[in-house]
Design a protein around this ligand. Structure first.
Ligand code: F6P
Length: 363
């Protein structure tokens, strides 16, 4: 008999409820008790938990978001929070924690594992940038939403002879931009992995225009960075956030405020680009920021299945007392990966894939 706590941390993502459901149902099969820790690590610091039963998870498989809430709380920011968290883990009699999250949540999971709290990780992020797993759930859904948006924007861009810049999520990695951009036939895709030269982008768009294609769709990941010479003085520029992988570029941000994990709030690259394109090419330009639409709503069938497999595999790891691991998809198998390894670096876009996307730029 075990008592396990499950939590969701960081940005929400379609498929979280499918994982929670799988964790609860599989645990019940083992005869265990499950508690939901509300709002990520915050719930364990504050002692905010709820019992999860077969009844509470009924009907949540297709539901977006997370029924237990989430937050970007970092318990290691203040020493007393780690102490509170440890005490509450004991007080509630939690034998193991299943932490569903991205790089930040799993980074905390690893630190907790190192101080003796039994934890297993379940990888989540629409950005698909977690190292050690081929895919994270949520990504497939986000790609479908962005692809549909690009399809819709094509018809209006073409009718009005406009360039439409579509800003998508992707802080450190341009997976959504690349995959949805290929699927939607984008004319330019800009990603954090490769700083871009605005002159280059405009040359591509002009080449299209000169060949009679009087409209274009440019997909840009929120974390894409123009090379420094492209920046006009009116733009807010923050020299990379604390965990940024690149060097030398400048992130376009909404504010310089940082969250508890040191990340700045991104946003604005779409408008920056659209202004530059309009100024340099003299074509009518519009911006669509897809934002949190990419994260909301029901998960795709693929994400539901992946989330379910992850949830079941995590409970099996707990059954084996195999802690400090994250469940991961490698090929078609779910395998355990050391948390130490999965948080050691980010999984950036496969540049072979990006090269395929580039074939269609300016054509
Ligand atoms: O989950 C990661 C992410 O999707 C990033 O691409 C984005 O920068 C961030 O979430 C924004 O999340 P929020 O607005 O919830 O802080």
């Amino acid at each position: 008999m075990k008592k396990i706590g499950v939590l969701t941390g960081g940005g929400d993502c379609p498929g979280l409820n499918a994982v929670i459901r799988a964790v609860v149902k599989k645990s019940i099969k083992y005869g265990w008790e499950i508690i939901g820790i509300r709002n990520g690590w915050k719930g364990l610091i504050e002692g905010d938990v709820e019992p999860l039963t077969d009844y509470t998870v009924s009907g949540i498989l297709p539901k977006g978001g997370t029924i237990i809430g989430t937050s970007r709380t970092n318990p290691f920011k203040y020493e007393e929070d780690v102490q509170k968290l440890t005490e509450n883990t004991k007080r509630f009699g939690i034998d193991a924690i299943a932490a569903i999250g991205g790089e930040d949540t799993l980074g905390v999971a690893l630190k907790l594992h190192k101080i003796g709290i039994p934890v297993v990780g379940i990888p989540k992020t629409i950005d698909n940038d977690l190292f050690g797993t081929d895919y994270t759930f949520g990504f497939d859904t986000a790609v479908s939403i962005v692809t549909e948006a690009i399809d819709r924007l094509h018809t209006t861009a073409e009718s009005h002879h406009r360039v439409i810049v579509v800003e998508v999520m992707g802080r450190h990695a341009g997976w959504i931009a690349t995959v949805a951009g290929i699927a939607g036939g984008a004319d330019e895709i800009l990603i954090p992995e490769e700083q871009f030269d605005i002159e280059f982008v405009c040359n591509h768009l002009k080449a299209r225009y000169d060949r009679g294609k009087k409209f274009s769709i440019v997909v840009v990941a929120e974390g894409a960075q123009p090379i420094k010479k492209d920046l006009s003085v009116s733009q807010t520029g923050v020299e990379g956030d604390t965990s940024f992988i690149g060097e030398g570029g400048t992130l376009i941000t909404q504010t310089e405020e940082k969250d508890e994990f040191g990340h700045v709030k991104l946003g604005g690259i779409g408008h920056f680009l659209a202004n530059e394109i309009e100024k340099r090419l003299g074509v009518d330009t519009r911006v669509t920021i897809l934002g949190h639409v990419q994260r909301g709503g029901t998960p795709s069938a693929y994400d539901r299945v992946l989330a379910t497999r992850f949830g079941v595999a995590a409970v099996d790891l707990i059954n084996e007392d195999n802690y400090g691991k994250m469940v991961a998809l490698q090929g078609n198998k779910i395998v355990p990966v050391e948390l130490e390894k999965s948080v050691s670096r980010l999984k950036t876009v496969d540049m072979d894939l990006y090269e395929i996307a580039q074939i269609f730029f300016g054509s």
